[in-house]
Design a protein around this ligand. Structure first.
Ligand SMILES: Cc1ncc(COP(=O)(O)O)c(C=O)c1O
Length: 472
């Protein structure tokens, strides 16, 4: 026999269905939650209701719920952090997901590389821009958009990029897409159609970007990254993808001599540089490093995105391309489906023209600057830990003492509900790391009131990591 609490009102917006076998309340409830996790009804990462509201819904004492949460946390079924709540942990007995179907789990405290603070998203101003877009779009703008984007968006972006990032831009040379990834795919296909076959890519970076380039038919050649950015002397390819303002994820800018060297390479070899300016707006120590594109507009495809400055959900990116590539870019667009949706393009144009974009970036620059200072403070007294790449962006690198394992520190932070990645995980498969153990810490995403806790969890994971003297 079972008692059945269907759709109990655990807290606004969160219904928890639990079947409670007969028996002592604590054990019965623990068994019910274990069963729900085992059967996959409560997925990893699901946040459980606060003990007070679950107790009220189930008609049991609050202490019973606290005891059950404590028991299941000790057993590893649940994860908990003071202030952040309780959520379902990874299933210890989980069968491997089918190939290519990774579970989509956002860690409760998300410190993966370079995700912005969603709690700071300018909801009111953005909603007003979307509303105006819907109310004022012309009949043509409500139809299928031109392949390179709506004129109004291309104009606003050309104006903004020239003013704020020093890009040589005119509306005719701006293309709008669904984000960086989308425009990288379009650019890669256009370059392949024009005869390019190889692309050099900084050895540290996103596998998804390497996959996009490979899917376009380009063969990847990894480029070493050192303290001055990508090693340009190694360049032997038709195209190079770079993050010159703030290498992702190591955080170093491409040095002035290497900026000059890569432009020289492009002119000499007829090569194309794809500049990924993903977080160029966020520079903290001195004036922003201008876009590399300004040095050689006829050799650089400049790509930017709203994913860091506003939010990934906006789904907007922009390209400024050499004149000679405009036609091939428009042709490459078609087989890849339409780009950004026209109403969002219009909303972004309105948001930029009303200077809301500038205001938001300036506000966030100050907020992120303060966060990186708290991170530096939290890690200041840990012997052997060193921060790098802090001068810009939303992520930095924490070099670990040489006798500590990157994977063990990542696992220890995960147990505290803090999700981040080791530096080595950004290398392509099979490429050996030439650097010591390090963490990539994205400090943009956690809500302001949990930032301190997240940083303390990282500091503790390093401080109490097992030491293996042979490793160093
Ligand atoms: C290095 C780098 N480039 C570009 C992007 C933006 O990509 P998208 O516009 O597709 O979200 C990201 C976002 O994570 C990034 O880390």
């Amino acid at each position: 026999m079972t008692d059945d609490w269907a759709n109990s009102r655990a807290e606004p917006g969160l219904d928890l269905h639990l079947e409670l076998p007969r028996g002592g309340k604590t054990e019965a409830l623990a068994a019910a939650i274990r069963g729900a996790v085992r059967e996959g009804r409560l997925a990893p990462g699901t946040r459980l209701p606060p003990s007070r509201s679950l107790a009220r819904d189930l008609g049991v004492a609050r202490n019973t719920i606290a005891e059950v949460y404590g028991l299941l946390t000790a057993e590893g079924w649940l994860l908990a952090r003071t202030g952040a709540g309780t959520w379902v942990g990874p299933r210890p007995d989980a069968a491997a997901p089918p190939r290519g179907v990774e579970p989509w789990i956002v860690p409760p405290l998300d410190l993966r590389g370079g995700i912005p603070d969603a709690s700071a998203f300018p909801r009111t101003e953005w909603a007003a821009a979307v509303r105006r877009a819907a109310q004022t779009a012309s009949a043509a703008e409500l139809g299928y958009p031109p392949p390179l984007g709506l004129p109004v968006a291309r104009e606003a972006l050309a104006d903004y990029l020239a003013r704020a990032r020093g890009v040589h831009a005119s509306p005719a040379r701006v293309a709008v897409g669904r984000g960086f990834g989308d425009l990288l795919a379009v650019t890669a296909r256009a370059l392949h159609a024009g005869g390019a076959r190889t692309v050099a890519v900084e050895e540290y970076g996103h596998q998804s970007h390497r996959d996009i380039l490979s899917a376009a038919g380009l063969c990847i050649r990894p480029l070493t990254v050192d303290g001055d950015g990508a090693v340009i002397d190694e360049l032997d390819a038709d195209v190079v993808l770079l993050t010159p303002a703030h290498q992702f994820p190591t955080g170093v800018p491409l040095s002035p001599s290497r900026r000059a060297a890569v432009v020289d390479w492009a002119r000499r070899a007829g090569g194309t540089i794809i500049e990924d300016d993903y977080d160029g707006e966020f520079r903290y120590d001195f004036r922003a490093i201008g876009a590399l594109q300004a040095l050689a507009p006829e050799h650089v495809v400049y790509l930017g995105t709203a994913s860091k400055s506003l939010a990934p959900a906006i789904g907007m990116g922009w390209a400024v391309v050499p004149d000679r590539m405009l036609e091939s870019l428009a042709e490459a667009r078609l087989p890849l489906g339409r780009g950004a949706d026209p109403l969002t393009q219009r909303a972004l144009a309105d948001f930029i023209a009303g200077h809301h974009y500038d205001r938001h970036v300036r506000r966030q620059r100050a907020a992120y600057r303060a966060r990186r200072e708290s991170l530096a403070d939290a890690l200041a007294d840990i012997p052997g830990a060193r921060l790098g790449g802090l001068a810009a962006g939303l992520q930095c690198v924490v070099e670990l003492p040489a006798d500590v394992s990157e994977a063990e520190v990542v696992a220890a932070t995960a147990r505290e509900g803090v999700g981040l990645q080791g530096l080595a995980s950004y290398l392509p498969a099979g490429r050996a790391s030439r650097r010591g153990p390090a963490l990539v810490v994205g400090y943009g995403a956690p809500p302001e009131h949990l930032v301190g806790e997240a940083f303390a969890a990282i500091a503790n994971a390093i401080r109490f990591a097992p030491r293996a003297p042979g490793r160093g």
